[in-house]
Ligand binder design. Structure first.
Ligand code: NDP
Ligand code: PYC
Length: 345
């Protein structure tokens, strides 16, 4: 789900570089190292550019509140451990997950190309962003990538009465010949928590089946979900099983927290989940068959041949192309606030 920002007289359009620079200034001004600011700003600006509005500039106040509450360490230096031919562990040192991935990325690609497959297990990390930016670049260099990250307790497992799981997204990217890579990135909850917050702010109702109120009764009111209610997994028992998979791979396997294992109550304002993240990267050239990228192009061709009009990722690629021509539109009021954050704490 997304909330398009259409260019109008009350918007101003920035290039990707301009927005990244502004966001970098904000992060640094609010206590991150330059290295962390660069990684987070790049991630957040690309999300905004692609129309991933629940994880673009909308997230800045949450990042800054978490930093201000000393819940997350914006100066953390990740510790990368090369533990096996196909396995890297990273202790993010209570910092953000993306700088941990950046620190291990070169070694991860080298291992995937040598062994055919490699795992990156990040723990002690905070992931507050869209997941597709973590996997898409691997596909752009011919690799297949899968990532999972767990978040914070707000999803009721199918058949249970109380929330336990996080919104726990799964992102996948694969190269495709003569086209954009195949990329999907989806919360295992019926809707991302960020989109519930956006709907609440705008006074919109949600479609049926997304969540329950504090009494456990189905509700379409996003405020009732946020005020003591909870979300449901997508697809009933099937999404619930995938959410459990994410808890196992992103937390149990990495040494990170399950979504229910941390409590930010002692850090007022904290919003970033303190959990773990797993990435699996595969070099498809090792399969020895026809070029994987040609095969994925064939799959997409056949999907279109049976009537499919929109692939996952298409909406983002269209938004990206638009912003390359016209810039990234931001509301003037929002931009004024962002500019103020870049100069004042
Ligand atoms: P959506 O339901 O909007 O989209 C999920 C995927 O389905 C996307 O790849 C999307 O492609 C694709 N898609 C959407 N509609 C269609 C359609 N009609 N036909 C074909 N494909 C379609 O995303 P979610 O609400 O599940 O998640 C939003 C974001 O929230 C994600 O980026 C996720 O990583 C993030 N998130 C992050 C968390 C964290 O802990 N860091 C926790 C939970 C969510 P497209 O992108 O082109 O629209
Ligand atoms: O939108 O569900 C979400 C989310 C959780 C953590 C970051 N985003």
């Amino acid at each position: 789900m997304s909330q398009p920002v259409t260019a109008t007289s009350s918007t101003e359009s920035l290039s990707l570089n301009e927005l990244t620079t502004l966001l970098q200034q904000i992060f640094e001004r609010h206590g991150t190292s330059q290295a962390v600011a660069q990684v987070l700003a790049d991630n957040c600006a690309r999300a905004q550019r692609d129309g991933s509005y629940s994880h673009g500039v909308f997230r800045i106040p949450g990042y800054l509140a978490s930093l201000a509450s000393n819940w997350v360490d914006g100066q953390a230096v990740p510790k990368v451990e090369d533990v096996a031919s196909g396995f890297i562990r990273v202790d993010a040192a209570n910092g953000f997950a993306q700088p941990a991935l950046a620190a291990a990325r070169g070694l991860l690609v080298e291992k995937a190309r040598n062994a055919g497959i490699a795992v990156l297990a990040i723990r002690n990390s905070h992931h507050f962003a869209a997941l597709w930016p973590d996997v898409e670049p691997f596909a752009e260099e011919g690799l297949v990538a899968l990532s999972v990250v767990n978040s914070m307790t707000c999803v009721v497992p199918h058949g249970a009465q109380k929330p336990l799981f996080g919104t726990n997204p799964i992102a996948f990217a694969a190269p495709r010949a003569q086209g954009n890579p195949i990329v999907f990135d989806l919360a295992t909850s019926a809707i991302a928590h960020g989109d519930v917050q956006i709907a609440a702010r705008k006074g919109h109702l949600l479609p049926a089946g997304m969540g329950v109120d504090r009494q456990g009764e189905p509700t379409e009111d996003p405020k009732a979900i946020l005020d003591g209610g909870a979300l449901l997994p997508f697809g009933g028992h099937k999404g619930s099983a995938l959410s459990m998979l994410v808890e196992l791979l992103a937390a149990a396997l990495t040494g990170g927290n399950f979504s229910f294992e941390f409590d930010w109550k002692k850090h007022p304002g904290a919003q970033t989940p303190w959990t773990g993240q797993l990435l699996i990267v595969i070099d498809p050239s090792k399969s020895g068959g026809n070029s994987f990228a040609q095969r994925s192009a064939e799959l997409v061709r056949q999907m279109h041949a049976v009537g499919l009009e929109r692939m996952p990722g298409d909406r983002r690629f269209i938004e990206r192309a638009k912003s390359q021509d016209a810039g990234i539109p931001l509301g003037v009021e929002e931009l004024t606030k962002l500019r103020a954050l870049a100069t004042h704490r």
